[in-house]
Ligand binder design. Structure first.
Ligand code: FE
Length: 157
């Protein structure tokens, strides 16, 4: 996500959405650091393993961004899928840390979980405005189509 979020920020039309993606990029870098910290505390080495679920979500997001006219509503939808996936994953590791009585690690991971949830909520808030704008935009389009249709009919008569 540290690679995908800058692209999503660039693709966003809404200034607020762009800012939200940029803020979450900073947070996400912090999440990576926290993870490394947790591993260090456990005396383990953190190593990367490809996550196929996240890879799929990133591909879906990239497909959306390949379209000519990227709609903010579509970007939010892709981002929220990622956040929900992260919430599920962090929820699980928090539960594991609790179970293993690793309370310090659990609280670090819980901070990350909280930030993922906050981001999801922020995106929901932004989507209320942005989806409404998208809907109004498409209504304008259809009334414009109607006008064009009428003009054509007028000429034909
Ligand atoms: Fe996230």
């Amino acid at each position: 996500m540290t690679k995908a979020l800058p692209k999503m920020a660039k693709a966003a039309s809404s200034e607020q959405l762009r800012q939200a993606f940029e803020e979450h990029l900073d947070q996400t870098k912090g999440h990576v650091e926290r993870f490394q910290q947790v591993f260090e505390m456990l005396g383990e080495k953190a190593s990367g393993k490809k996550c196929m679920g996240m890879e799929g979500l990133a591909k879906e997001g990239a497909e959306i961004m390949d379209e000519d006219d990227v709609m903010d509503a579509a970007l939010i939808s892709a981002a929220q899928r990622v956040e929900h996936y992260e919430i599920a994953a962090y929820g699980t590791v928090c539960a594991y840390a609790d179970l293993l009585d690793e309370s310090e690690q659990a609280s670090l991971l819980r901070e990350t979980l909280g930030e993922e949830k906050e981001t999801d909520q922020k995106l929901t808030e932004l989507s209320k405005e942005i989806n409404l704008e998208a809907e109004e935009g498409s209504e304008e389009d259809s009334s414009e189509r109607k006008h064009r249709g009428k003009r054509k009919l007028g000429r034909a008569a």
